[in-house]
Structures are given as structure tokens and as C-alpha cells.
Ligand binder design. Structure first.
Ligand code: NAD
Length: 255
């Protein structure tokens, strides 16, 4: 069933089957958007779809590192919803290893998802935003690891630093058309990804290093994304917003 004449805005959220992406999708649903939830993990996405159980959510299985799959997903969103107002490049993967232990395949896997994926989704969504004629908002989910270097982050940190520069490039190129591009840089957030790459020792070091002595919730990241997409942020373009309990400001090294 198509919903093309509906004037409700549409958000395209990648990596939305779980974690931060799901919290972002929920923020948009709670603020009367229709939402395309994009993810490579079909099983988790199906479970999420049945839990959301709303006509305003469209779930699409897609590997964002593959140009043809991204274009197909965007085409399906346009067919179903007729517009895209907000793009949230959230899907990401992490490999935490030193440079000499990181294989080229691992490096390409991280860059392919975190950077190529954001590039491809932006490239496919921007023409749809342009057609709408009302501008739009792009938010790239980077990381504190993109703002500063540390051990074990050669692939992850490099991908996030490049994503921050992509944010600025897009802000400069698209600002004249009213399409704003900003980034959110989370510190540690309680998700499956954090469980995968943060050992118990790293977790405890993080608690000591973060002035507010805890990890963020996924909702706290989603609130920042929602703000950047809202009219309240109408003149904010090309900026990086750290949501990290003061971790970056403290200057304490990343464990
Ligand atoms: P997560 O692993 O819980 O969720 C990531 C989602 O992205 C998963 O559902 C996964 O299936 C999906 N995904 C992975 N590769 C994909 C691909 N090629 N195509 C489509 N979907 C794909 O992770 P999270 O913690 O929710 O992280 C979300 C974002 O936040 C990531 O970009 C991550 O780098 C960033 N981030 C997370 C933390 C943290 O501590 N959790 C900190 C800083 C930044």
C-alpha cells in the first residue's frame, strides 16, 4: 500500500534493527514521522518490525556498503512514502585491533560500512530531499574515536574521522539548498556493539574517564539526533555534537 500523499515527514535510519539506530527510529515515530528502518540483519529487523507494529514503519533489509542495495532501498522508500526529510547514517561496525594485527579485509570491512555506507546512502537520498523542495537534515553517527586517536582504533577511528569530514563536505555543498549535515559523536553507549568491543577492564576504565561516571543510554543519543533534525536546529550546519557525559572535554585518553 502506498502512502505517498501523506504530508508526514520521513526519516531514513540505517542500522535501525537494534541499539542506537532503533532508539533513533523510535524518536522519529514518537515525533510523528514515518520511518524507514534499514539493516543488514534480517532476523533482528523482522523482530523489531513486529514489536513496532505500526504502518508508519517500513523495514528494509539492505547492506549499506553495496550501491545497488542502497539504491533499491531508497527507491522502495520513495514508492511507499514519497519523500525523505531526514537521513541518519547510523549503521556501523567496529574492529578494535592494533595496526599490525588489523587485516586489510578487516580495515576495508569497517571503512566499507562506516564510510562508504554513509556516502552511498547520502548520494541516494539527497536527490529525493531535493525533489521535496523543503531541504532536509543529515545526521552522521560518528564517535569520540573520530575526534581523537587511541590504541586499537586504526580502522574504527579512521572511519569515524573520515565520516566527520564527509559531514563538513556535505554541509558546505548542500547548505545552499537547505539540506543541513551534522554529526553526533557518542562516547560509550550501552549496546551490543559496546559489549562486543569493550572488555570488562575497558568498561571500568571508561567509568573512571567519563566525568558523569557512566555510559550513555541509546535514548540520550537519539534525543541529540532528533534535536539536530528539528526546527530548533535550523541554522546548525556542519557541526559535531559530542554526547559523552563530558568525556571528550576531560581530555582523559580513550582506554
Ligand atoms: P549495534 O551493533 O548495536 O547496531 C548496529 C546496527 O547496524 C546493527 O543492527 C547491524 O546489523 C547494523 N549494520 C551493520 N553493518 C551494516 C550494513 N553493512 N548495512 C546495514 N546495517 C548494518 O551498534 P550501536 O552501538 O547501536 O552503534 C550504532 C552507531 O553508533 C555505530 O555507527 C557506532 O559506530 C556508533 N557508536 C557506538 C558507540 C557505542 O559505544 N555503542 C559509541 C560511539 C559510536
Amino acid at each position: 500500500m502506498t502512502d505517498k500523499n501523506n504530508s508526514q515527514p520521513v526519516a531514513f535510519v540505517t542500522g535501525a534493527a537494534r541499539g542506537i539506530g532503533l532508539a533513533i527510529a523510535n524518536w522519529f515515530l514518537a515525533h510523528d514521522y514515518r520511518v524507514a528502518l534499514i539493516d543488514i540483519d534480517s532476523a533482528t529487523l523482522a523482530k523489531t518490525a513486529s514489536e513496532l507494529n505500526t504502518e508508519r514503519a517500513l523495514t528494509l533489509v539492505c547492506d549499506i556498503s553495496k550501491p545497488e542495495q542502497v539504491q533499491q532501498a531508497v527507491d522502495q522508500v520513495v514508492t511507499k512514502f514519497g519523500r525523505i526529510d531526514a537521513l541518519i547514517n547510523n549503521a556501523g561496525v567496529a574492529v578494535f585491533k592494533p595496526i599490525t594485527e588489523t587485516t586489510f579485509e578487516e580495515f576495508r570491512y569497517v571503512l566499507g560500512t562506516n564510510l562508504d555506507g554513509a556516502f552511498l546512502c547520502s548520494q541516494a537520498c539527497i536527490p529525493v530531499m531535493r525533489q521535496g523542495g523543503k531541504g532536509g537534515a543529515i545526521v552522521n553517527i560518528a564517535s569520540i574515536s573520530g575526534l581523537r586517536a587511541s590504541t586499537l582504533r586504526v580502522a574504527y577511528g579512521t572511519s569515524k574521522a573520515a565520516l566527520l569530514h564527509l559531514t563538513k563536505q556535505q554541509a558546505v555543498e548542500l547548505g545552499t539548498e537547505g539540506i543541513r549535515s551534522n554529526a553526533v559523536c557518542p562516547g560509550p553507549v550501552d549496546t551490543e556493539m559496546a559489549k562486543l568491543v569493550h572488555s570488562v577492564a575497558i568498561r571500568s576504565d571508561y567509568y573512571d574517564a567519563i566525568p558523569m561516571n557512566r555510559y550513555a543510554t541509546t535514548e540520550e543519543i537519539a534525543n541529540a539526533v532528533g534535536f539536530l533534525c528539528s526546527e530548533n536546529a535550523a541554522f546548525i550546519n556542519g557541526q559535531f555534537l559530542a554526547v559523552d557525559g563530558g568525556f571528550d572535554a576531560s581530555g582523559v585518553g580513550i582506554p
